[in-house]
Design a protein around this ligand. Structure first.
Ligand code: GLV
Ligand code: GLV
Length: 355
């Protein structure tokens, strides 16, 4: 191969490798056993000649790495993730390196995990499973693991971009929940969907669902029964959910986070869970991954999973493919972003802008 492309991790499927190899690239996949690579590990991987890198969200892509990649003749970097808070885009730009991410292919998969956590929390599935396995079940009782009915309750979405909108749709269509959302952008397609679905329910003689675009985030916190967070992580969303905001939520509310850990003040959350036993939370992400703040793992009203929201086979293969196309497009100067049809059918250009 004429070009050298490095992937810091082995990724699912073979399509991404085939694509690169067919276009004159030699693909080198890091074989290091440890889960999280340091900046030094990655500098060694980049070496003296490297045209592009596919990296992971656990890596710190800042000035040091982009400088090393630039010295090795690199032109492109793609995160295998939609989020890119681990990437200093300004630094990449300074060295003339293009940056890509992998939106679109993980929208439904991520929304499905947020929906799974919402159901698991509302019906206390993890607690109940532990109860069975511990041999504590000694007969049906009217009070055993009583949770709450989603139908007719209000789902609150903070950040109604691609993922937030897909999640909202699942909860509305699947469980006939009402919607309240907060976003800087109007979620036009989502609003059209809820309106049409409400009319459909009415025509079938059922109670129609209602929706509202909130004028403040607090309005969502105060009114929603299930709240799911879908913003990007940046300075403006760091600790968006803090002690004060938690106190505005209903005592029996459910909070779901499949975005980024630092969006929630996790220590404040642990305190809130301790003092509000009926408040429940479903977390896919944590402030200091892979760690959890002290006390979180002991809370029966918390469900915790290890950052697996995009973990479906189809999506992970799609993310790897998109990441390879991002790098290839720049190395070979394909008109990737200017011509969506030339990129990949995975991209959904009709989606509302990400929040
Ligand atoms: C996963 O967290 C992603 O950003 O794709
Ligand atoms: C519960 O199992 C019921 O039959 O109501």
């Amino acid at each position: 191969g004429k070009y050298r492309v490095v992937s810091t991790k082995s990724m699912p499927g073979t399509r991404w490798i085939d694509l690169l190899v067919r276009q004159d690239c030699r693909v080198e996949i890091c074989t290091e056993k440890k889960t999280i690579l340091s900046v030094e590990d990655i500098i060694a991987l980049i070496g003296n000649k490297c045209d592009g890198v596919i990296g992971q969200l656990t890596e710190d892509w800042g000035d040091t790495l982009f400088s090393a990649l630039s010295k090795a003749g690199g032109k492109a970097f793609s995160n295998m993730a939609v989020g890119y808070n681990n990437v200093d885009v300004d630094a990449a730009t300074k060295y003339g390196i293009a940056v890509g991410n992998t939106p679109g292919v993980l929208t439904e998969t991520t929304a499905e995990l947020a929906a799974s956590l919402s159901l698991a929390a509302s019906r206390r599935i993890v607690e109940a499973d532990g109860f069975m396995r511990a041999g504590l079940y000694d007969g049906w009782l009217p009070h055993l693991f009583v949770g709450n009915l989603l139908k007719g309750q209000t789902v609150g979405v903070i950040g109604a971009g691609r993922i937030g909108s897909a999640y909202a749709r699942m909860m509305i269509e699947g469980f006939k929940m009402n919607l309240i959302y907060y976003d800087l952008y109007q979620a036009t397609r989502l609003e059209k969907f809820v309106t049409a679905y409400g009319q459909f329910l009415k025509a079938s003689g059922e109670q129609p669902v209602t929706w509202k675009r909130a004028s403040s985030m607090d309005e969502v916190l105060q009114q929603a029964d299930v709240i799911s967070l879908h913003p990007i992580l940046d300075k403006t969303t760091y600790h968006l959910i803090n002690k004060e905001r938690l106190s505005k939520m209903k005592k029996e509310a459910i909070l779901i986070n499949c975005s980024r850990g630092p969006v929630v003040d996790e220590e404040a959350l642990v305190e809130h869970l301790k003092h509000n036993p009926m408040f429940r939370v479903g977390l896919d992400v944590f402030e200091d991954e892979p760690y959890m703040k002290p006390g979180l793992a002991d809370m029966p009203n918390a469900i915790v999973v290890p950052h697996i929201a995009s973990a479906s086979k189809w999506t992970r293969e799609g993310m790897a493919t998109l990441a390879a196309l991002n790098v290839l497009g720049k190395i070979k100067e394909y008109p990737t972003w200017s011509n969506p049809n030339a990129v990949d059918p995975f991209l959904d250009e009709n989606s509302p802008p990400p929040s």
